[in-house]
Design a binder for this molecule. Structure first.
Ligand code: ADP
Ligand code: MG
Length: 456
C-alpha cells in the first residue's frame, strides 16, 4: 500500500460508526432526552412548543406565515384546502446587514412593513380594511418562524435568549419576540394577530402531518440542512419541567439535538473534528451538529485533504480553496458521492472546479472514500438519534407505521443519504425499520407555521 492509502485507511477508521457505537449513541440519546425533559439547564434543551395537537389534513383557512432565519426574511400566505393540499404565495427579501445590529424597533418595523406590503399585493381587500371595522373573522392569524434560541412559555410567547448567525440587537434580548412583532403590526393598524411562535423543526412535523395521506402517525420532524435538529410528539405528562393545566395529552417538543453529547462520551469525534470545532464560532457546543449538518461536512473534508497535503501524501500543489476555511460546500461532497464512472472522471472534474487542483486517479479514489465516510457518518448518526427517539416514545409498539417528515438540502440532495440512515436504523430496529416512513415535508416553514397558528 502507498503512504496515501495507509493514511486514508486510518482516517476512515476514525469516521467509522460501528454497530456498538450506534447502540451506545441511541442509549445516551434516551438518557439525555429524559434529563432535558426534567430540567431547564441541559444542553439538549427539549423545548416545549406548546403545540398540543398534530394536524389531520382536514384543517382549512387562510393564514400568514413569516420566517426570520439567517439571511432572508420570508412572508407568505398559506391557504389550506382541508384535504392535505394547500396554496402558498411567498415573498422573500434580504435582511439589510445594518438592521441585524441596530435596534429591535428598526428590525421589527422593517418586518411589519413587509407584512403590510405583502397583504396589499397578494390578499383580498377584506383583509386590508382598517381594524376598527374588521370583524374577528377578518383578522389574519400569523405563525412566526423564528430560528434563534428562545425561552418559549406559551404558544405565542417567547423571550429571546441570545442572538446567533450574525445578529446582535442588544435591546431585544430578554424580550418577547412575538410582542415586538405584534406592536409594530399594530402601529401600522394591520388586522394581523401573531398567534404562534414556531421552531422550524416543529413546522416540519406539522406540515408533514397535514400532507401525509391521512395516516395520523407523523411523530417526528427532522431538519438536515445548514444545521440539524428534531421535534417529536411527547406525552405532556413526561415533560415534567413544565406544569400545565390542560386537557390535552400530547405536546410537540423541540429537542435541540444539535447539542446532543457536547461532552463527547459516545460520538465518534476525531482530531479532524476537533480542528473544525476549534475554527467554529462556538467551540465545544453543538457537537452532534458539527458531525452531521451541511455547514460542517465540507469543512471536515477540507481539513482532511489539507492535512494529507501537509503530510506530503496528497496533491503535488495546494490552492486557495484548499487553504481557505469554510470554502468547500457540502454540495461538493454530493457531486463526488454521485460519481459512478469507472475512471472517476466526475470526481476529477469536481476537484478541478471546486478546489482548483488537478488530482490523479489514485488521489480521486482516496478522496471518494473519504467523502463516502463523512456522508455515511452523518447519516448513521442522524439514524441513531432517530432510533433514540423512537425507542424513548415506544412509537413502534403503539403504531403499525411511524411517519417522519424531513427538510433540508443534505437529506434532499446528498446521494444515498436516506438509505444510509435506514442502514443505521436497521442495526438497532431490525425488521421494524420497514415500519419507519421517511419523507420530505414540502414548504415546511410556511405551511408548518400556518398550522401552528391554526391550532393555537
Ligand atoms: P437552510 O438550512 O438555511 O434552511 P438548506 O436546507 O438548503 O437551507 O441547507 C443548506 C445547507 O445544505 C448548506 O450547508 C449547504 O452546504 C448544504 N447543501 C446545499 N446543496 C447541497 C447538496 N446538493 N448536497 C448536500 N448538501 C447541500
Ligand atoms: Mg431550512
Amino acid at each position: 500500500m502507498s503512504s496515501l492509502q495507509n493514511r486514508v485507511s486510518e482516517i476512515l477508521q476514525g469516521f467509522e460508526v460501528s454497530h456498538d457505537r450506534i447502540r451506545a449513541i441511541s442509549d445516551e440519546f434516551i438518557r439525555l432526552t429524559n434529563q432535558g425533559l426534567k430540567s431547564n439547564k441541559e444542553a439538549m434543551a427539549m423545548i416545549p412548543s406548546y403545540v398540543t395537537a398534530v394536524p389531520t389534513g382536514k384543517e382549512s383557512g387562510t393564514f400568514l406565515a413569516v420566517d426570520l432565519g439567517g439571511t432572508n426574511f420570508r412572508v407568505c400566505s398559506v391557504h389550506l384546502n382541508g384535504n392535505g393540499t394547500f396554496k402558498l404565495i411567498q415573498s422573500k427579501s434580504v435582511i439589510p446587514k445594518s438592521l441585524m445590529v441596530g435596534s429591535s424597533k428598526e428590525l421589527f418595523s422593517f418586518l411589519a412593513r413587509h407584512v403590510d406590503a405583502f397583504i396589499k399585493t397578494h390578499l383580498d381587500e377584506k383583509f386590508t380594511e382598517d381594524t376598527e371595522s374588521s370583524t374577528s373573522q377578518h383578522i389574519l392569524k400569523l405563525g412566526f418562524t423564528f430560528s434563534f434560541p428562545v425561552n418559549q412559555t406559551a404558544i405565542n410567547k417567547g423571550t429571546l435568549l441570545r442572538w446567533t448567525k450574525g445578529f446582535n440587537i442588544k435591546d431585544a434580548v430578554g424580550k418577547d419576540v412575538c410582542k415586538l412583532l405584534q406592536d409594530e403590526l399594530d402601529a401600522l393598524k394591520l388586522p394581523v394577530h401573531v398567534s404562534a411562535l414556531v421552531n422550524d423543526t416543529v413546522g416540519t412535523l406539522m406540515s408533514r402531518a397535514y400532507s401525509a395521506p391521512g395516516l395520523g402517525n407523523t411523530m417526528l420532524g427532522v431538519i438536515l440542512g445548514t444545521g440539524t435538529n428534531c421535534a417529536y410528539v411527547e406525552n405532556i405528562s413526561s415533560i415534567s419541567k413544565i406544569s400545565l393545566q390542560s386537557d390535552k395529552n400530547i405536546m410537540v417538543v423541540n429537542t435541540e439535538w444539535g447539542s446532543f453529547d457536547n461532552a463527547l462520551t459516545v460520538l465518534p469525534f476525531t482530531s479532524i473534528d476537533s480542528e473544525v470545532d476549534g475554527n467554529s464560532p462556538n467551540p465545544g457546543y453543538h457537537m452532534f451538529e458539527k458531525l452531521v449538518s451541511g455547514m460542517f461536512l465540507g469543512e471536515i473534508l477540507r481539513i482532511t485533504l489539507c492535512n494529507l497535503h501537509k503530510e506530503g501524501v496528497l496533491f503535488s500543489s495546494s490552492s486557495e480553496s484548499l487553504e481557505l476555511p469554510w470554502s468547500i460546500d457540502t454540495s461538493t461532497l454530493s457531486k463526488i458521492e454521485a460519481d459512478n464512472t469507472e475512471d472517476l472522471s466526475k470526481t476529477k472534474e469536481t476537484i478541478s472546479m471546486d478546489l482548483n487542483i488537478v488530482a490523479t486517479l489514485e488521489e480521486c479514489k482516496a478522496i471518494k472514500k473519504i467523502v463516502n465516510a463523512i456522508g455515511k457518518r452523518s447519516a448513521y448518526l442522524a439514524g441513531a438519534a432517530i432510533c433514540g427517539i423512537l425507542t424513548h416514545t415506544r412509537a413502534l409498539e403503539k403504531m403499525e407505521t411511524v411517519d417522519i417528515g424531513l427538510d433540508g438540502s443534505v437529506f434532499e440532495f446528498y446521494p444515498g443519504y436516506e438509505n444510509l440512515m435506514r442502514e443505521s436504523i436497521k442495526y438497532l430496529l431490525g425488521e421494524d425499520e420497514k415500519r419507519v416512513m421517511l419523507d420530505i415535508a414540502k414548504d415546511g416553514s410556511g405551511v408548518g407555521a400556518a398550522l401552528c397558528a391554526l391550532v393555537a
